[in-house]
Structure formats: structure tokens, C-alpha cells
Ligand binder design. Sequence first.
Ligand code: ZN
Ligand code: FE
Length: 256
Amino acid sequence: MTQPEIHQFACLKDNYGVLVHDPEEAVTLSIDAPDAPAIERALAQRGWKLTHVLVTHHHADHTAGIPALKSATGCTVIGPKAESVRIPCLDVGVAEPDTLALGRLEAKVLDTPGHTIGHITYWFPKANVAFVGDTLFAMGCGRILEGTAEMMWASLGKIAALPGDTELYCGHEYTVSNGKFGVAMEPGNDRLVARLAEAETKRAAGEPTLPTRVDVERETNVFLRAGNTAIREHVGLPAVPVWKVFANLRERKNRF
Ligand code: ZN
Ligand code: FE
């Protein structure tokens, strides 16, 4: 099958909007709805008609645009069943291992709790792409606001276990700040050092650093690398379970 067309655009302070379009079936998905006017402009520029919103989690910077999009287009709103009372206009609540058929596109729902308790990821195995919301960021991860560190560690592990060439679209542009933290935790990781420099160049030119890829994250995201000896030694936790090293890294990032 042909790949869907994917359009990513910056909106709000540091969010990304993403549209996924299947030209043959006239299906257009918006991944989350951070900002209705920005999404409507992006749709109009391409002549696409919105058919679905796929929501990753209930936070306002991912859902505030839903009511306006719903009334303008009559789109179907799909989102985490576990957060159904907190998501406006939700039509269909989903959870792992649900599969969604959207025209010719097929998405698998993965439960990725931690940032919020019901956070989900949409993985499109045939298109080789996943929309991870605020669970994983380039060289970073979301804050643990509702779940536990153990939960978040398991969620990140699910994303890291996807095929290496899976493209990852994330909710925010936090790459440079994450990269600086990563280099502080694992200064001997040359790929990480190089990636930070690359990200800084892109941001200085006003370009996005996303999407990222699973294989790149495995090599340069210190949160996924919490079991790595150099990182364990750096934080002084050589022998505790890996999720505790991860929890320590997340705490350090909050104060970085
Ligand atoms: Zn969020
Ligand atoms: Fe967010």
C-alpha cells in the first residue's frame, strides 16, 4: 500500500499538530487537537477534510481544539477509554489491544500510562509510524504526573520495543533541553553529543527536530538507557532495579 501523507506543524507554545491523510479513502486524522485554528489552516492549505481526531491523553494542550473541530467538521473523536470523562466530545473510547481501521490505515492502540493514567499511543505498523503524545520525546520523556515511575518505565519500554525504523511523532519540541540533560548524564555518548549539536542547529534555523525514530532514541535517549552501566555509575545507582534508575533520572530532569 502507499504510505499516508503526514503533515506536522508547530502550534501553541511548543506543541506539534500532526495530520495523517489517506488520499484514496479521503480519510484525514488529526493527532490530538492542540489548537483548532492552526489545524483548520493546515487542513485548508492541503484541501483535506478532517474525518477523525485521535487523542493521546486528556491534557488541555492536546484536547482544547476538539469542540471547535467537531462542530466544524463532524469528525469522529477517538481517545483513551480510561480518560473518557475528561475528554470533550469523545465518541469512541479505546485501550490496548484495540485495533482501529481508518480507511486503509490500521492503528494499534498501546497503553502507555505514566504522564497521565490513561495515556495511549497509536502505532500504525504498516505505515511504520507511531504517535506517542507526551510519553516519549526526542532524547527525553514526559513528566510523570498521574502514574508511577514503574508504569512510565514500562510504557517507554513498549515504544522502544517497536521496530527500529518506526518514525515517532511526539507532542512537543523539547529536544534541545532534553539533549542538554542527556549529555550531562551520559557525557561519553558521542552519538548523543552529536545529536544535541544537530538539534541546536535545526532550532536556530527554526526547523523542527521531529519526528524521531525508535533506533535513534535507543542510542541517544538516556531515559531508555537507564540500565546502561555508565549512566548507572553517573547517578550512583549501580545495583538497583532499572526502573529505579529511570525514576532517579526523571527526578533529576525535573530539577535540571
Ligand atoms: Zn500532556
Ligand atoms: Fe502536552
